[in-house]
Ligand binder design. Structure first.
Ligand code: NAD
Ligand code: TYD
Length: 348
């Protein structure tokens, strides 16, 4: 089996690519990635010489390139992760999100359909987010039946791509699968997102920006558990189906940051409370969704997936990774990445 994994040089994609390359030596894995600021081949250094792995640099917005690639490679499946992924950047530049997330996804669907025809054994797996469901109040959880209600340009673009993937199943009979996952954390995460940004800033004694009052709630999952869930869904889900992925792990932003500060104080040998003094409340994000919480009982019940790590343990492991990969963190915040890193402080 040959699988094109898109966005394999990014945060989640690098874990998915590594998982498939090492778990399935008989599969050929082709990593297709444009290497935007969020894509980094250093994330894949340990697998780059594996005989079942190859990398192709290319942009999913480029129709003729994508069409030719699919004809040349003749993949049996696609696992699609390439996307613009940061909500704050989508607020300052929504069009990029439409072009990569919506149009890029449709380009891939068309290229796959052109070579697969009606062959229902070929699978298109679209990796999506729980943010398509909108925001929750104090109670309730997103299920697979929750009505789509995206609020940010990012979540609107992901909702649009989900709808196109479903439409290709319903209209052309394509064997599609979608999963909607909660917030991920772990190694290789570009330090524009809350957890790696806070680790980077605490380490460098810089302010840790907390939007609004820090009362927004996110449901966090270790990225390697997401990769394992994608494996199970890819192999076992029925055509046209959807699965939510999440670890039942809700945290108020401010509580999460306080826990992270405690872990950082311990790891850096600082007096308790030192890192907490860096917390700085800043202007809130526009349209900031209050709460996400995902019900992944369908995945657990039907396909037997369960998360492997408790959050405290996963967060500590994550901190250890960033502290022992200082060069990675330095590289992605300097040189060619510097403008993108600094542009994270975009208008919210
Ligand atoms: P990321 O920003 O870390 O990585 C995105 C990757 O896509 C990068 O390697 C980038 O180079 C590549 N890419 C971007 N535009 C491209 C283009 N036009 N052509 C080819 N490659 C391109 O993102 P991530 O956090 O790893 O997210 C991966 C996927 O998972 C996304 O589809 C995202 O919506 C989804 N998702 C993310 C989370 C999360 O918490 N990060 C949660 C649920 C779902
Ligand atoms: P983020 O990591 O951007 O993920 P998402 O917006 O996709 O959930 O943000 C997670 C939460 O943390 C979200 O409620 C916004 C908040 N946040 C901060 O308070 N400060 C920050 O510097 C960042 C990047 C996010």
């Amino acid at each position: 089996m040959k699988i094109i994994i898109t966005g394999g040089a990014g945060f989640i994609g690098s874990h998915v690519a590594r998982h498939f390359v090492l778990t399935y030596p008989n599969y050929q894995i082709v990593n297709l990635d444009a290497l935007t600021y969020a894509g980094n081949l250093a994330n894949l250094k340990d697998i780059e010489t594996e005989p079942n792995y190859s990398f192709v640099k290319g942009d999913i917005r480029d129709v003729s390139f994508i069409d030719e690639l699919f004809v040349r490679e003749q993949p049996d499946a696609v696992i699609h992760l390439a996307a613009e992924s940061h909500v704050d950047r989508s607020i300052s530049n929504p069009t990029d999100f439409v072009l990569t997330n919506v149009v890029g996804t449709v380009n891939l669907l068309n290229a796959a359909r052109a070579i697969w025809g009606n062959d229902g054994t070929k699978r298109f797996y679209h990796v999506s987010t729980d943010e398509v469901y909108g925001a929750l109040g104090e109670t309730g959880m997103f299920t697979e039946e929750t009505k789509y209600d995206p609020h940010s340009p990012y979540s609107a673009s992901k909702a649009g791509s989900d709808h196109f993937v479903r439409a290709y199943h319903d209209t052309y009979g394509m064997n599609t699968v979608i999963s909607n996952c909660s917030n991920n954390y772990g190694a290789n995460h570009f330090p524009e997102k809350l957890i790696p940004l806070a680790i980077h800033n605490i380490k460098n004694n810089k302010p840790v920006p907390v939007y609004g009052k820090g009362e927004n709630i996110r449901d966090w999952l270790w990225v390697n558990d997401h990769a394992r869930a994608i494996d199970v869904i890819f192999h076992k889900a029925a055509p046209g189906s959807t699965y939510n992925i999440g670890g039942h792990n809700e945290w108020k932003n401010i509580d999460l940051i306080r826990l992270l500060c405690k872990i950082m104080d311990k790891k850096l040998g600082r007096a308790e409370g030192t890192s907490e003094s860096l917390i700085t409340f800043v202007k809130d994000r526009a349209g900031h969704d209050l709460r996400y919480a995902i019900d992944s009982s369908k995945l657990q019940r039907e396909l037997g997936w369960v998360p492997s790590l408790q959050f405290e343990e996963g967060l500590e492991k994550t901190v250890d990774w960033y502290l022992s990969n200082e060069e990675w963190l330095e590289n992605v915040t300097s040189g060619a990445y510097k403008d993108y890193y600094e542009a994270q402080y975009v208008q919210r």
